[in-house]
Every structure is written in structure tokens, then in C-alpha cells.
Ligand binder design. Structure first.
Ligand code: FES
Length: 107
């Protein structure tokens, strides 16, 4: 079935995963229980990818998305930068839904 990005269980609870969309955008997905939060994998500071290493987008506490380049911290729930050189800016949201255990783009 089209539109499925991955299965929810492919993302450990409280962790993150990087994915590429059919339109070429790279995104990150953070899972918190049954909820997922999607953002384009682009830091609003210098437009670089965010991750330290593949699928590793969160800081040590697991409470924030962190940019590997200069350490900016972003809130998981809304993507707002709360510390770092792009404070006050935000990651670009990619709305996602979970249906029958499948992570999909929200229409
Ligand atoms: S490029 Fe992300 S904080 Fe500078």
C-alpha cells in the first residue's frame, strides 16, 4: 500500500529515525509512544542535515532534537529552536499520522 513511510515499531519509543520521501525530501521522525513528529532534516541555521549519525537526532536526554553542527536544540512537539544560534526559528514540520501501526504522511 502506498504512502507508508515505515512501521511504527521500526522506531524505538523515545527515539528517532531518518527517512527519505518520494519527492526527495529527507525527514526525521521522532516517536513518543503512539505519537510521531515529523520535520524536514534541515537545520534553520545553515540548512545542514541535523543528525550526528544515521537515525540519531536527539540529545542525550532524549528531550530535544539536536543539530550536530552547532548544537541547536529543538522542541520535539513543535520544532521550535529553544537554544543555539537559530533560537526562535523552527524546523519545518512534515505532518504525519499513524494508521494501523503504519507511519504515513498526513493528507
Ligand atoms: S547548522 Fe544547525 S545549529 Fe548551526
Amino acid at each position: 500500500m502506498s504512502g507508508i513511510l515505515c512501521r511504527l515499531e521500526e522506531i524505538p519509543d523515545g527515539d528517532s529515525k531518518g527517512l527519505s520521501l518520494e519527492d526527495g525530501r529527507d525527514i526525521l521522525v521522532v516517536r513518543q509512544g503512539g505519537a510521531v513528529f515529523g520535520y524536514q532534516n534541515v537545520c534553520p541555521h545553515l540548512f545542514t542535515p541535523l543528525e550526528w549519525q544515521p537515525d540519531d537526532f536527539l540529545d542525550d536526554s532524549g528531550q530535544f532534537i539536536i543539530c550536530a553542527t552547532h548544537g541547536a536544540l529543538f522542541q520535539i512537539a513543535d520544532g521550535e529552536c529553544v537554544a543555539g544560534p537559530c533560537q526562535g526559528e523552527s524546523l519545518t514540520q512534515v505532518p504525519l499520522t499513524v494508521e494501523d501501526g503504519a507511519v504515513k504522511l498526513a493528507q
